[in-house]
Ligand binder design. Structure first.
Ligand SMILES: NC(=O)c1ccc[n+]([C@@H]2O[C@H](COP(=O)([O-])OP(=O)(O)OC[C@H]3O[C@@H](n4cnc5c(N)ncnc54)[C@H](OP(=O)(O)O)[C@@H]3O)[C@@H](O)[C@H]2O)c1
Length: 292
């Protein structure tokens, strides 16, 4: 099986470089090799490589900057995925794509299911929702996996930010009114690759039968404040911390260009019912991630 991976250096893409080889030959690409803004380059690359499977781990993920760079975020998160889906249909390749809990506005009083109406509050969420719609129109054998609060132990993410702050400040204030499901990129890549491996025979047909949107995130939910407390509790180098207290704050205390949904945790039971798998509780996974 020939696999094209877009976004190989992102949090998720990095993990996919380790999990996808169980399935076949992986051609992992970064922005310098193929810029998703260059639709001709995307089309040319896929036409030449003729993969059986395309994993799109790339995205425009700067939620605040997306408010300004609307055209760019739409190109990367909506136009390119639509073209990739069109190409995957032409080539009879399976497409795996990721979306976000930020397609929801947070006003539901409970976990979001795939049947809930998506009404994003910010440009990032709008561009990701447009990407879902474009894939749905152009593709046929695809999975769109909506996930939330993705982290890894490398790069610029909430876990590393909290660790950094804990070494610089004695009092840490973290918002307690934003709630979702922290998701470690490693098991997210593993569970995706495992589902693909389980269906390797007739992959195109079996994913076409089950194509659509699925929620897939760390089990349970937490506020950013609760998440930060667990990050500090699992710090592999606690002696470096100078932080003495961690206090809950409200989103309005930290105004940001993009409005974020207050509660966007995902109900992942549709994925579990379909594929027989789910991600472990977010706090157990965090412990494992931080001790690895
Ligand atoms: N991070 C989260 O909290 C979160 C939450 C929910 C859903 N998701 C979704 O999960 C997926 C993976 O997210 P992630 O956290 O792994 O993202 P990430 O770490 O920000 O990585 C995104 C990757 O996309 C690449 N990329 C951006 N623009 C590109 C372009 N024009 N051409 C080619 N590549 C480009 C980036 O390349 P460079 O390294 O060169 O910039 C980067 O490697 C995305 O679909 C995201 O929307 C993420």
């Amino acid at each position: 099986m020939k696999i094209v991976l877009f976004g190989k250096n992102g949090q998720l893409g990095w993990e996919f470089q380790r999990t996808l080889p169980i399935l076949g030959e992986v051609i992992a690409l970064d922005r310098r090799e193929v810029d998703l803004c260059d639709l001709h380059a995307v089309e040319r690359t896929l036409s030449e490589l003729r993969p059986d499977l395309i994993v799109n781990a790339s995205a425009y993920t700067d939620v605040d900057l997306a408010e300004k760079e609307t055209d760019l975020s739409m190109k990367i998160n909506a136009l390119a995925p639509g073209l990739i889906a069109e190409m995957s249909r032409k080539l009879r390749a399976v497409l795996i794509h990721y979306s976000t809990d930020y397609v929801f506005d947070g006003s539901k009083n409970g976990l979001y299911t795939e049947r809930d109406t998506a009404t994003p509050l910010n440009m990032y969420g709008k561009s990701k929702l447009a990407g879902e719609e474009n894939i749905d129109q152009a593709g046929d054998s695809y999975l769109i996996l909506r996930t939330s609060w993705v982290y890894s132990l490398r790069g610029n993410n909430f876990v590393n930010k909290v660790l950094g702050w804990s070494r610089q400040t004695k009092t840490l204030k973290v918002v307690s009114d934003q709630v979702s499901g922290p998701t470690w990129a490693r098991p997210l890549a593993e569970i995706t690759s495992f589902v693909l491996a389980q269906n390797k025979k007739a992959l195109y047909e079996s994913m076409r039968e089950r194509h659509g949107i699925y929620h897939l995130a760390g089990s349970g939910s937490a506020s950013r404040y609760e998440w930060a407390k667990q990050i500090l509790a699992n710090d592999p180098e606690p002696s470096k911390q100078i932080v003495q207290t961690i206090e809950p704050a409200r989103s309005e205390d930290f105004p940001t260009p993009a409005v974020r949904p207050l509660f966007s945790a995902l109900d992942c039971s549709h994925f579990e019912a379909t594929f027989g798998l789910k991600l472990p509780p977010w706090d157990q996974t965090l412990k494992l991630a931080m001790s690895s």
